[in-house]
Design a protein around this ligand. Structure first.
Ligand code: ADP
Ligand code: MG
Length: 369
């Protein structure tokens, strides 16, 4: 358990947070610019002190204003990566990687540098690296210091599209491989969908919502606050087989229903999360034939909610074998079909809308539903 109960005033701005975070997996801090994400991260890191409060990781108190305890940043054993990589300019890449290690461990360096794809950069100096390469080295350095907690403040911001996607894929694989909690700050929904397990929604220094990513994204009253998140659901599915001739991959959901999508680069038997955007899901009352739509899931309606800022559009919440699915349809269609909670319907999903899910990482055993 990671306990945070802190207040900090900076000029006009007050951060007031009381949170219990899971001590495993990736917790994303999401919120508009100026909502206090970096302020909170700096308090956790020990770069700033709270005016009031306590921070403890697995019972180890990092800071407590009531007892005047404050563990300085270099003794907190945290891996920190900020938006700008901040490498030591006079050390080689290898020197930077080994900087925080107690005892140099060539096997650990080789493992992390392999994972991050920086083997070929080890003898280079920081000023010869691209932005994305420097960012990867910074992440590697943070990991090699054997941190108790990894703090990432917008680690991908400022990278161009292809570099960003590549590093996001490394990160998504990495955070599932390492067994320490990660706090990941971002204002980019695609990044969060790829890596986050839990989501904390910050606004004006306050926590608006906190919970499992899928649960927070399912709360219609937060829709306008989650601006930029394409309303979507993440479904856990297992790769069943690849149909080479038709260039499709077949996935099986936990309740046995199947989905098809353009071929994925994943082994049969592996679990993965796929993003299903609400606007790519249509609803029919009965199974349909004679359409190009390849995927039909039987689902039960749990709620129908017109959007706050666009009443002509209704968000339909669906349960498909214990997994939440969402459909965005016109309010007129919702009324014409007489949709209401409790009804069983067919959710239609276009196969191409499932193509290239954001960094679709394989799921680790403990995440398999
Ligand atoms: P975010 O990372 O979510 O974009 P920040 O945590 O950086 O937001 O900033 C939160 C608020 O605190 C902003 O209103 C910002 O202007 C203010 N702020 C940040 N640093 C300072 C500071 N050193 N002094 C006064 N105000 C600050
Ligand atoms: Mg910030």
């Amino acid at each position: 358990m990671f306990e945070l109960d802190v207040t900090r005033v900076q000029g006009e701005f007050t951060l007031e947070v009381d949170l219990r975070l899971a001590s495993r997996g990736v917790t994303a801090l999401f919120g508009p610019s100026g909502s206090g994400k970096t302020t909170l991260l700096r308090l956790i890191a020990g770069l700033d002190r709270p005016d009031r409060g306590r921070i403890a990781l697995e019972g180890y108190v990092l800071c407590d204003t009531a007892t005047c305890r404050f563990v300085p940043v270099h003794r907190r054993r945290l891996g920190i990566v900020f938006q700008e990589a901040r490498l030591f300019p006079h050390y080689s890449v290898r020197g930077n990687l080994c900087y925080g290690m107690r005892d140099e461990d060539p096997a650990a360096v080789a493992r992390i540098s392999g994972l991050l794809g920086i083997d070929h950069l080890l003898t280079r100096m920081p000023n010869t690296l691209s932005g994305g390469e420097a960012r990867r080295v910074a992440i590697g350095r943070a990991l090699l210091s054997s941190p108790r907690l990894l703090l990432l403040d917008e680690p991908l911001t400022g990278l161009d599209g292809a570099r960003k996607q590549e590093l996001l894929e490394y990160l998504a694989a990495l955070v599932r491989d390492i067994d320490i909690p990660v706090i990941f700050v971002s204002h980019d929904p695609q990044e969060l969908l790829a890596v986050a397990d839990d989501l904390v929604l910050l606004e004006k220094g306050q926590v608006l919502a906190h919970g499992a990513l899928n649960e927070v994204l399912a709360r219609p009253e937060l829709m306008s606050r989650l601006g930029g998140f394409d309303i979507s659901a993440m479904l856990a599915a297992r790769c069943h087989r690849h149909d080479v001739r038709r260039q499709l991959s077949e996935l099986r959901l936990s309740d046995g229903q199947m989905l098809e999508l353009p071929t994925l680069d994943i082994e049969p038997g592996q679990w993965l999360k796929i993003q299903v955007r609400a606007r790519d899901v249509a609803i029919a009352l009965e199974p349909v034939s004679g359409t190009s739509i390849r995927n039909t899931l039987k689902a039960t309606i749990t709620a129908c909610q017109p959007l706050d800022d666009m009443a002509s559009v209704t968000l339909v919440m669906l349960d498909a074998g214990q997994q939440t699915l969402r459909a965005l349809i016109s309010t007129a269609s919702c009324e014409a079909l007489g949709l209401a909670p409790g009804m069983t319907v067919q959710a239609l999903i276009r196969a191409v809308s499932l193509a290239r899910p954001a960094a679709a990482p394989a799921l680790a055993d403990q995440e398999v539903p």
